[in-house]
Design a protein around this ligand. Structure first.
Ligand code: 5GP
Length: 193
């Protein structure tokens, strides 16, 4: 098991409805040294890629993405969630359905912060059905920028997001891939990588 898988087994809680709670170390209380380990891990996995910007989505992607941006020495941009329908023309917009909250948000990035010169590494904490990543891919490509890769802390491999994004030909790396989890026993099975 790698460092993240070990931490998930130690402190993660499997909830009914295919939800893995990791809010004691990843997305509510945050273990910053774990974030830095994730930053170093993505730096290693995407070594050799010409990355000049990290993109994530608020809120829980931001902490991991900070560490990744620091490891690469590049700026971090996060897509903001917006309820407003009156988005002006200075923004790239995508619609994202939240897996955990079951609502739809428009997510926006200012045109000032993404351009055709950008080579983007997209980062998020979880991958379930892939809506969040699809929204970030769409925003990057609307800007004429290049998606160099996508880095996820925890992929739920039994949901379809990972398969559909890999099938589209993107370079997707997940530090932990959960192949199955059981809310009654708490058992979590990881994919061999
Ligand atoms: P997707 O868009 O891939 O369906 O879901 C990804 C987003 O939903 C992530 O940004 C994450 O915030 C949230 N999410 C999805 N599944 C889980 C889960 O099992 N646990 C937690 N804590 N968040 C999740």
């Amino acid at each position: 098991m790698n460092f993240l898988e070990e931490r998930i087994v130690k402190d993660g809680v499997v909830k009914p409805g295919n939800v893995l709670k990791v809010d004691s170390f990843l997305n509510h209380q945050m273990d910053i040294s774990l974030m830095d380990q994730l930053g170093d891990e993505f730096k290693r996995r995407f070594a050799g890629k010409n990355i000049n910007k990290v993109l994530t989505i608020e809120a829980s992607g931001i902490a991991i993405a900070c560490s990744v941006a620091r490891a690469f020495g590049v700026p971090l941009v996060f897509a903001k969630k917006s309820k407003s329908v009156n988005i002006d023309g200075d923004m790239y917009v995508a619609e994202v359905e939240s897996f955990t909250h079951k609502n739809k948000n428009q997510v926006i990035v200012s045109k000032k912060y993404l351009s055709p010169d950008d080579h983007v590494l997209i980062i998020d904490d979880f991958l379930a059905n892939g809506c969040a990543l699809q929204g970030l891919i769409s925003i990057t490509e609307s800007a004429g920028a290049t998606v160099e890769g996508l880095g996820i802390a925890i992929e739920k491999g039994f949901q379809f997001g990972g398969r559909s994004i890999r099938n589209l030909g993107y370079h997707l790396e997940s530090v932990a891939i959960v192949d199955s989890m059981n809310a009654e026993t708490g058992e979590i099975v990881f994919r061999e990588q």
